[in-house]
Design a protein around this ligand. Structure first.
Ligand code: Z5A
Length: 224
């Protein structure tokens, strides 16, 4: 693929969305073609699935298996409709969550069979693996304090889980990062946002340089 596929992972309130917004602006300003996406969502199908997954008024709520398949349906569509075409055109694709979220939440925290989770993940993505994954690491209590301070402060279905759930999410992420040091960069997300952002930019620019991907090299303008 001509482009670079970058994912941001981490528990709630670790700063994934804030950092993707800043990275997108920075890269675009410096001439890189950038596509920023989020999961679940990023396509018409995915945004519908997102609203189902977040609602707290569906009774009974989706069970763990149905939840898993909904996340993966959203991902299967996102990969084929948006990620692969953009990578082929040479874009830097920044994605707020991807398959490691499923391993951490449905595999690690919900305790679904890990081999099954990985196998369905492979099917949904057709083997599309990120070049780089930033793990924004933070104790979940701090992440939730940040979210509570946000203006909209209300919790969705998954944010209503007990704190132990999010400790399992964090532990699984840290294990994933240990297992795949060539793909993961673990970043201390407890620092002020500008400091986290500086570190992400530094790492990303080094990777882009090492892969010989230069601003304006392919810069197609037709992609939306
Ligand atoms: N999920 C899953 O279970 N399985 C899957 O396969 C996938 C997802 C793909 C998606 O929720 C939910 O789906 C999520 C995992 C699950 N569920 N839970 N629970 P989402 O997309 O709505 O939310 P999120 O991904 O968890 O993002 P978030 O809660 O909005 O957090 P964030 O994007 O990491 O953080 P932020 O919005 O950038 O920042 C949060 C606040 O902190 C905000 O007010 C910022 O201004 C502030 N902030 C950010 N950085 C800092 C620093 N460094 N210092 C201080 N304050 C900061």
């Amino acid at each position: 693929m001509a482009g670079l596929f970058v994912t941001l992972e981490g528990s709630e309130g670790t700063g994934k969305s804030s950092n993707i917004t800043l990275l997108t602006r920075f890269l675009q300003k410096n001439g890189w073609p950038v596509l920023s996406l989020r999961e679940p969502g990023g396509t018409a199908v995915g945004e519908e699935i997102r609203s189902i997954l977040k609602r707290i008024d569906i009774v009974p709520p989706p069970g763990p298996e149905a939840e898993l398949l909904l996340f993966l349906a959203s991902r299967a569509q996102l990969v084929r409709e948006r990620i692969l075409p953009a990578l082929q055109l040479g874009y830097v694709v920044l994605c707020d969550r991807y398959f490691d979220s499923t391993v951490a939440y449905q595999g690690g925290a919900r305790s679904l069979d890990m081999a099954t989770v990985r196998a369905i993940n492979r099917f949904a993505t057709g083997g599309c693996i990120p070049d780089v994954t930033f793990l924004l690491d933070l104790p979940p209590e701090i992440g939730f304090r940040r979210i509570a301070a946000r203006l909209d402060g209300c919790r969705d279905r998954m944010e209503g889980e007990a704190m132990d759930f999010f400790h399992r999410v964090r532990a699984t992420y840290l294990q994933l990062a240990t297992n795949e040091p060539q793909r993961f960069y673990t970043v201390d997300a407890g620092r002020p946002l500008p400091s986290v952002q500086r570190e992400l930019r530094r790492i990303l620019l080094t990777i882009l340089e090492s892969k010989g991907i230069n601003p304006g090299q392919l810069a197609p303008r037709q992609w939306r």
